[in-house]
Design a protein around this ligand. Structure first.
Ligand code: ZN
Length: 406
């Protein structure tokens, strides 16, 4: 390494314009698009300017290595650079930029690395293009079958392999990568907090305890389409009424259990202003700190929905479309982070999924959160102050030093 590496500030500035929509101010960095390619080129340049060994694995995840990967017991840090539609600047990139900055900090400290260290950018974490989150890490960990991955299509019908190929990557080798994961002794992902827990406790940095179990359920309310002007109220079988009552029940049940429940997507047939609907299809997303709480919330919502449906002469079907059980981060590694950062560092659960959650089935994994004063995420309002970002880098550097240095 001959020149001084770019500072946190310079890295942040270089990334800021990539994939940013000028009208919304949000980011549109979808997997295997031009914006994604620009982010990837940025990552490669960061690796090379620091003299790190750059590689892309078979699933399109990027790696920057210090030391010999084959030595094993590697300490890996990183996150993702892609975004949701009109996402914020911090979700993902904060972890990647902080990883490079933390490595620079360790070199400044003159520490001696006793283990190989790597920085990663996992591909397609948000799933904005193909509808499935954490594709890069799921493939590597064997949690997404190759056949299923090859069937993923974007809104234009382009499959994942086609998209990879068009972006200049060979998709023929996608699939489980156990040898690569076996080389990792610990993975630590720094991420902007996607809530206000740290803002409420007044701490800059926290440690993740677990990722809440979460799932998606489809509620189909079927009634009878009819004229909005000529059908007497008493004669109607209007599924919108049962649906609306169910939305309120979801809020009530979630509040009772200290959980969250959201109907964020809806489809209506025939979807006419002057027609009573024949079908209202609503998707419930619910998450809770533990399985029992989640079961209680969803069962309560379904029970209420059935009562409302019966009252209005509506047929109801409820289908669970996806489910992810709780992820408990490894306790020994979590304790090590608490030892390095101080016992008073808050330990938080999170309702959001992450690559770290996927990898935790194969590798000892931990997460650090950096305070987000707005608590907003997946929006341009997502935020962390410069001082908090600096504190995050220092915390990550301390953690990496504890794990990878003598
Ligand atoms: Zn993220």
């Amino acid at each position: 390494m001959s020149t001084t590496p770019p500072t946190f500030h310079e890295m942040w500035r270089d990334l800021a314009s990539i994939g940013r929509d000028p009208d919304s101010g949000g980011y549109r960095r979808y997997a295997w698009t031009g914006a994604d390619a620009d982010c990837r080129a940025w990552f490669q340049a960061q690796a090379e300017t620091r003299g790190l060994t750059y590689e892309v694995d078979r699933n399109g995840n990027q790696w920057a290595w210090l030391g010999d990967p084959a030595a094993g017991d590697a300490v890996v840090t990183g996150s993702h650079l892609d975004s949701v539609p009109d996402g914020g600047a911090f979700d993902g990139p904060l972890g990647v930029v902080s990883s490079f900055a933390a490595l620079d900090e360790l070199r400044r400290r003159g520490v001696e690395f006793t283990k190989p260290v790597a920085i990663t950018n996992f591909g397609d974490e948000e799933g904005a293009r193909f509808g499935l989150a954490c594709v890069g890490s799921r493939l590597a960990a064997g949690q997404l079958g190759v056949d299923k991955a090859c069937e993923l299509r974007d809104a234009d019908g382009i499959t994942l392999p086609q998209a990879m190929e068009r972006a200049g990557y060979d998709p023929t080798g996608i699939g489980p990568d156990p040898d690569r994961l076996a080389r990792i002794g610990a993975f630590v992902e720094l991420h902007v907090e996607q809530g206000r827990a740290l803002d409420l406790t007044g701490d800059r940095v926290g440690i993740a305890s677990s990722i809440w179990p979460h799932g998606r359920w489809r509620f189909d309310f079927r009634g009878e389409a009819n004229h909005a002007g000529t059908t007497r109220l008493a004669d109607r079988r209007d599924p919108m009424l049962s649906y609306a009552e169910t939305v309120l029940a979801a809020r009530r049940e979630a509040e009772l259990a200290g959980a969250v429940a959201t109907f964020g997507k809806i489809a209506v047939e025939p979807n006419g202003v002057n027609a009573i609907p024949s079908l209202v299809r609503g998707w419930l997303d619910s998450r809770a700190a533990d399985q029992q709480a989640l079961d209680t919330v969803v069962a309560g919502i379904e029970k209420a929905a059935r009562e409302y449906a019966d009252r209005h002469g509506i047929d109801l079907d409820v289908v669970r479309e996806s489910f992810t059980p709780v992820v408990e981060f490894e306790h020994a590694l979590r304790d090590e982070l608490a030892r390095v950062l101080g016992a008073s560092t808050p330990v938080l659960g999170t309702g959001a999924g992450h690559d770290a959650g996927i990898l935790s089935a194969s590798v000892p994994t931990a997460m650090l959160f950096v305070r987000n004063p707005t608590g907003v995420s997946h929006s341009p309002a997502e935020y962390a102050t410069e001082d908090d970002c600096v504190a995050g880098v220092a915390a990550l550097a301390d953690v990496l030093e504890g794990l990878a240095c003598s």
